[in-house]
Structure formats: structure tokens, C-alpha cells
Write a protein of this length. Structure first.
Length: 143
């Protein structure tokens, strides 16, 4: 029987380095979010980062119920009581701390988490295999 060389696994794209979004002081508690462009499963998408209960949370800007952007004004994601992320189109409500649906048409779904961290006085998001940086021509939006 002839010997064939073992096939090597498909190359995996190296992980993109952390992406700086803004200075830590740019995210006020329960204030405006930083909205930025990403590539999610090879498609352009938007994401957002905000400060809630003292920590930075970051999600894909996409309702679980129907894939539409959540913010009712640029950077405005919280309800009037500043307790929940609220979809401006469907009224789906999400817990800002973990992205889980807590009411409305989103059922038992949850928002897509974008890993983020604060260090050296800045907020950084961490690319994943599913969510990568948008091309350099698209820059983060501070709204």
C-alpha cells in the first residue's frame, strides 16, 4: 500500500490583537455607549461597549428576536430607568450585565458577547474567531 503524507490541518488565522476603543473615562456609568464596526462571521456588523454597574460590557448590536440594531438613538441602549438594554424596534429587554433576555419577544436568548477589558486607562475589545476587527477604513464611533 502506498504511503501518503499526513495532511496538515487547515491554517487558522492568527488571533487579532486587542483593539483599543476609548479611554476608560469616556464610558460614564449607564451613559452613552461607544459604537464600533466589526466583522461578524465575515459580515459587517456593529457592536457597542458601555459601563454598567462599574464594569465594561460589550455586545454585538443585534437584537436576538430579529437581527436589527438595538439603539434608539446613536449610543443610547438603556431604557428610561437605565436598568435594561432595550431594543428600540421590538421592546425586547436584556440584562446589561450578562446579555440575557429578561422580557419581550427575545425568549430565552441572549446578546452576543464581545469580550472586553479595561487596562492602562483604556477600554479594549478582544477579537474572536467569530468577531474580527473591521477593515482599517472603519474607525470606532464615539457617540
Amino acid at each position: 500500500m502506498p504511503e501518503f503524507p499526513m495532511s496538515s490541518p487547515l491554517p487558522v488565522a492568527p488571533a487579532a490583537p486587542p483593539q483599543r476603543l476609548c479611554a476608560s473615562t469616556d464610558l460614564a456609568e449607564k451613559g452613552l455607549a461607544i459604537v464600533f464596526d466589526v466583522i461578524h462571521y465575515r459580515e459587517p456588523a456593529r457592536a457597542f461597549a458601555m459601563r454598567f454597574d462599574g464594569k465594561v460590557v460589550c455586545y454585538l448590536n443585534r437584537c436576538v428576536h430579529v437581527p436589527t440594531e438595538l439603539d434608539w438613538q446613536p449610543g443610547e441602549f438603556l431604557d428610561s430607568g437605565k436598568e435594561f438594554i432595550l431594543c428600540s424596534i421590538h421592546g425586547a429587554a436584556y440584562d446589561p450585565g450578562n446579555g440575557r433576555c429578561i422580557g419581550g419577544p427575545c425568549g430565552s436568548g441572549k446578546l452576543t458577547l464581545i469580550p472586553a477589558e479595561e487596562r492602562d486607562g483604556a477600554v479594549w475589545w478582544l477579537p474572536t474567531a467569530a468577531t474580527r476587527p473591521a477593515p482599517p477604513s472603519a474607525t470606532p464611533s464615539v457617540v
